[in-house]
Write a protein that binds this ligand. Structure first.
Ligand code: ASP
Length: 330
């Protein structure tokens, strides 16, 4: 896909419905998608859960837990880069085909935030717990505690402290997105969408958020409608990148609504990225936001502001491929 000029993008008209991507008819329907290359390992766990009779919710939880336990992933769970005060705080949410939702924000010392979010959904009358309340609930539910700040993450934080000029301003105003939160070096949120053997859908999103964020900052990832949305009539969507910008356009919900009105997953993601670009103009030309969608018929697609966003797709035959999303700003 050739990249349009920024001027053309910012003035672009909304997309109209288009047919599915070429070759998609030759494949088994897609049943699970996850953000980034490491989504392949998450999808493998999701596929295994499905083979064992698990639901779509079991699939996305299993996948999220793989990323959370992966120490090499610096923006999810164990090994996540801390906030500016050196504390690793996790955000996560889940959503099911039935509209059941659960979320945690700023969870500390418990690695599997996605599972705590599921417990919030299943075992409380609420939909979101934050900070000490989330951590206390996790302990009450029997989750084990551990120090999530790995030596590698602590070293990175101490290095950042030496040079940090962290005025509280939107990251999208930083000059070089490649070196800032939301750039490819430090965003790895995992968003997952799955269709179970019963054809019901679910999704999950789990992250440690932006590296070196202000204490208390929450982005898009645990916010239903922003970092994740699932509508069993239509499909689901999830987001990664600068959460502040995803929230502005209710990114995931907007993608689902675009699919409801006839766009395929790629076109739906693109329409919301273009909407964000029109809304924010030059404020997002240095920012990264990527949207990923899976519709009920088993078509997947994605689109991003900047190039480089990849995602893992597993089809109903259990084959996983890595796809590269198109981007507005090449
Ligand atoms: N979306 C995440 C957040 O804003 C971070 C990321 O995906 O890089 O917290």
């Amino acid at each position: 896909m050739s990249a349009p000029s920024r001027r053309a993008v910012l003035g672009a008209a909304p997309l109209v419905a288009i047919a599915g991507s070429a070759g998609a008819q030759d494949r088994a329907p897609d049943i699970m998608v996850s953000t980034w290359n490491f989504g392949a390992a998450a999808n493998a766990a999701g596929w295994a859960a499905r083979q064992e009779g698990g639901s779509a919710l079991d699939m996305v939880e299993a996948g999220g837990r793989v990323a959370e336990a992966d120490e090499s992933n610096t923006s999810v769970g164990l090994g996540g880069l801390p906030d500016r005060d050196g504390r690793v705080t996790l955000d996560a949410c889940v959503m099911t085909w039935a509209g059941d939702i659960g979320a945690v924000c700023a969870l500390e010392d418990v690695v599997h935030a996605v599972s705590v979010a599921r417990r919030v959904m299943e075992r409380t009358p609420h939909t979101m717990l934050v900070g000490p309340g989330a951590s206390a609930f996790a302990l009450d539910q029997g989750f084990e505690t551990q120090n999530l700040l790995t030596p590698r993450a602590e070293t990175a934080w101490r290095e950042w402290l030496k040079t940090a000029d962290y005025a509280p301003r939107p990251n999208s105003e930083n000059a070089d997105w490649r070196g800032t939160p939301g750039g490819p070096g430090n965003h790895d949120t995992i968003g997952l969408l799955a269709i179970g053997a019963d054809q019901r859908m679910a999704g999950a999103c789990t992250t440690s958020g932006m590296a070196f964020k202000m204490a208390g900052r929450v982005g898009d990832s645990p916010i239903i409608g922003a970092g994740l949305y699932v509508d069993d009539e239509v499909g689901g969507a999830t987001a990664t990148g600068v959460g502040e910008d995803v929230v502005r356009v209710a990114g995931s919900h907007s993608v689902v609504e675009a699919m409801r009105h006839g766009l395929d997953p790629t076109a739906a993601c693109r329409s919301v990225i273009e909407r964000l670009a029109r809304l924010r103009g030059t404020k997002v030309v240095a920012s990264q936001v990527a949207l990923l969608a899976l519709d009920k018929s088993g078509r997947s697609g994605a689109f991003a502001l900047q190039p480089g966003f990849t995602y893992a797709v597993t089809d109903a035959a259990g084959r996983t491929r890595i796809e590269r999303a198109g981007a507005l700003f090449a």
